[in-house]
Design a protein around this ligand. Sequence first.
Ligand code: MBD
Ligand code: FE
Length: 287
Amino acid sequence: MTTTEHTTPSPSAVDSGASASASFRAGSASGFGSAGSSTARVDTLARAVLAAVHGVIREHKVTYPEFQAAKKWLMDLGDGGEWPLFLDVFVEHAVEEVAAETQAGTTGTILGPYYLPDQVRLPAVAALPARPDEPGSSWLFQGQVRDLDGNPLAGAELDVWQNSADGFYSGFAPHLPEGNLRGVVVTDEQGRFAISTILPAPYQVPTDGPTGELIEAAGWHPWRPAHLHLLVRADGHRTITTQLYFTGAQYIDDDVARATKPELILDPQQLADGSFRSEYDFVLEPV
Ligand code: MBD
Ligand code: FE
């Protein structure tokens, strides 16, 4: 396992797990009914999931001690508030793959557990809110939002969020100010934007919670490559949920969340002053 390169400060799995659970509940998701699923659909999916689990048990001759250990681990996952983390790390990529089958324009990828709505609205040329002494390499990220026909989309929103150099997301770690490295940037008349921020850092799944316990017990590694999250939206267009990554970055070919895609990898240019610059354009399809 390659877990030694980055050391993390004190925020615990419970901090991020509890906040991620609360934030998910505050969002729009509710019961099966709200998903628009009929009784027949729920029946089909629930049967299929249970059949898959039964299949694993039979194929691998799962024992009673293993069944009880799994039960305890699942209980811990709920108690630690880590269901959103666990599902977004290990399951969401498959849901996104299916969604992508009917999506045109910029490639999407998973949302993850750390999106927070209602962040500060910023003009097309803006710096993300950051601490006065925000550590990390300066990064200017700029580009244009267009429709499928190549027309610029003025007033489009780039709702962006990223971790700080120590690997944590604001809102999910008590040492970071609210709204740090989050913002909604609105494109100008030419659909353009230029965002000043820092390069994001690799992300480590908390090792002191149940998700980390499973990763450790299975001999996997807990890392995601550094990434910038974005929701890109414009009136009359389908919102793109995506992430941008960096060429040659650690874990770029071995993301624990399986959420990298070749089209989403940037190759930032380093300037003489040591800062970095990237360009990326987004294309949205009509709804
Ligand atoms: C992250 O930062 C993330 O983007 C995902 C998908 C899962 C866990 C943490
Ligand atoms: Fe993330």
